[in-house]
Design a protein. Structure first.
Length: 134
């Protein structure tokens, strides 16, 4: 009986972590579309970086560079459909596989999360950027 209670509470904790991570992913999606750096600042860890594999080759951006491009209107501002394909939580780290797609491009993101101060944050985004040919 006690084992069942422990497993049930562990499952509830894992479910709570998964829901919290899904919320961070949704904040990331909406904030990038709206170019809202205040929301992204909450979603991104201080040491956040993105590695984007593009047709022009890999691009690596730290948090300040990413935010600067967003504020300058050089990235973001496009509404994209979000699909969360997979979330895996392991203690205070997690991994999510998502796609963000518009009519012109698909971002296949591998997001890595850390749990800091009881909050999940994205610390790394490895993304494959694929143009959609019409």
């Amino acid at each position: 009986f006690l084992t069942g209670i422990i497993i049930m509470s562990m499952n509830q904790a894992a479910l709570a972590d998964q829901k919290a991570i899904e919320q961070v992913i949704q904040h990331y999606q909406v904030a990038t579309f709206k170019r809202d750096t205040a929301i992204l600042n909450q979603a991104f860890h201080a040491d956040f970086r993105v590695v984007a594999l593009t047709a022009e080759g890999p691009k690596v951006l730290d948090k300040a560079s990413y935010m600067g491009l967003l504020e300058a209107g050089e990235i973001g501002g496009v509404e994209r459909k979000l699909e969360v394909k997979h979330i895996n939580v392991q203690g205070k780290t997690a991994h999510a596989q998502i796609s963000l797609s518009s009519d012109k491009v698909v971002f296949n993101d591998q997001l890595q999360f850390v749990l800091m101060d009881k909050r999940w944050q994205i610390v790394n985004n490895l993304t494959q950027v694929t143009p959609i040919s019409h």
